[in-house]
Design a protein around this ligand. Structure first.
Ligand code: MG
Length: 368
């Protein structure tokens, strides 16, 4: 089997909640997502999706995905999409870095592998654990009382894990964490995610200000060293996210005891092949994970679901269903949340069928 053609489509994904706000005054209303189709000479087609959280979150941007595909795509024609280790080495040899460019192709090739052998991707990633798994909900940065009200509403929908977008004014963030903690019950999980937004002294004030609250602190500061210093001065469970973009820093963080949980995103690591390697290493090292991506719609959510559902439950801290945040459905067969939980498809591959009328005309076409 050979890759015969690679196509990419650009889809806009508006938010139900209109605007999503996080640290440093950053916000987004409409996501610019790239859906990648990898066509084979056998007629099998696989799909992947890459959707950066705007150009100012990770070192990735939407037009960069498409530009990167134009650069990388010609090197992959003729390759066997089922040989994912070889394919990833080919991608790394042809284009240095740019993991988010490679992610959509890698996901699409896992979709092809699953279809070719008649198995869902979660089985190929290690096996399905249980019926379903718990989701978190990200709470856009708003005044404390608005965030507490939102968490109460989402609790009523079945969510039990809440990731507050903090990383703003430290006094307001302390108030946000206290206000939301008031509406939670035993067994709920609260995460205060600063998304690198606090300076070190601000982070130190916040962790002292919420010392009596059962809350996880996620990525308080910009650099690894700043986060490590805060970690060493606080007794809250600690999550690293933005700094963990490969195995070297993951191993360093384990050696430094820099985190209790790590947030791994598919496109940040470079696709399902690379994130599986990091996920399996975390399992061996005893580190629980939030498994997700930067954002996306139905296809990204399907890929996340196969990854999360094939992770032992004691190591799956939480995951997310981005397709429930956006107003546009790009594919049938994508997993749909029930009572704050999700399950990967049991159909072969990712188990999705794209809505071609939503995808429209391809904006990238790589063929001989
Ligand atoms: Mg995070």
């Amino acid at each position: 089997m050979q890759i015969a053609r690679i196509l990419a489509y650009r889809v806009e994904l508006p938010l139900h909640e209109v605007t999503y706000k996080w640290s440093g005054g950053k916000s987004i209303s409409v996501f610019d997502s790239t859906i990648v189709a990898v066509e084979t000479d056998t007629g099998l087609v696989g799909y992947g999706e890459v959707c950066p959280l705007g150009p100012f979150y990770l070192p990735a941007y939407a037009e960069g995905v498409r530009a990167g595909l134009r650069e990388l795509g010609p090197h992959l024609l003729g390759e066997d999409p089922r040989e994912l280790g070889k394919l990833n080495r080919r991608m790394d040899a042809a284009l240095k870095g740019h993991p988010y460019v490679k992610s959509g192709i890698d996901i699409a090739c896992w979709d092809i592998l699953g279809q070719a052998c008649g198995l869902p991707v979660c089985v190929l990633l290690g096996g399905r654990y249980g019926e379903d798994y718990p989701l978190y909900r990200a709470i856009s940065q708003e005044p404390a009382e608005v965030m507490a009200q939102r968490v109460a509403e989402l609790r009523a929908e079945g969510y039990t894990r809440f990731q507050l977008k903090v990383g703003g004014n430290p006094d307001e963030d302390i108030a946000r964490i206290h206000a939301v903690a008031q509406v939670l019950q035993t067994g709920d999980r609260l995460i205060a995610d600063a998304n690198t937004g606090w300076t070190q002294h601000e982070a130190m004030r916040v962790v002292r200000g919420v010392r009596d609250v059962d809350v996880y602190i996620e990525q308080p500061c910009l650099t690894y060293e700043e986060c490590l210093s805060v970690r060493r001065h606080c007794d809250h469970p600690f999550v690293l996210d933005e700094n963990i973009d490969g195995l070297d820093v993951l191993l360093r963080a384990k050696a430094d005891l820099a985190m209790d949980v790590v947030n791994l995103k598919i496109s940040k690591l470079g696709g399902l092949t690379k994130i599986k390697q990091a996920r399996d290493l975390c399992i061996s090292m005893g580190i629980a994970m939030t498994l997700e991506d930067s954002w996306g719609g139905d296809i990204a959510t399907a890929a996340i679901a196969h990854l999360a559902h094939s992770t032992p439950p004691e190591f799956l801290f939480t995951s997310t269903d981005f397709n429930s945040y956006v107003t546009v459905s790009t594919a049938a067969g994508a997993p749909q949340r029930e009572h704050g939980r999700l399950a990967a498809s049991t159909a072969p591959g990712l188990g999705i069928r794209p809505h071609m009328h939503i995808l429209g005309k391809p904006v990238v076409e790589i063929s001989r």
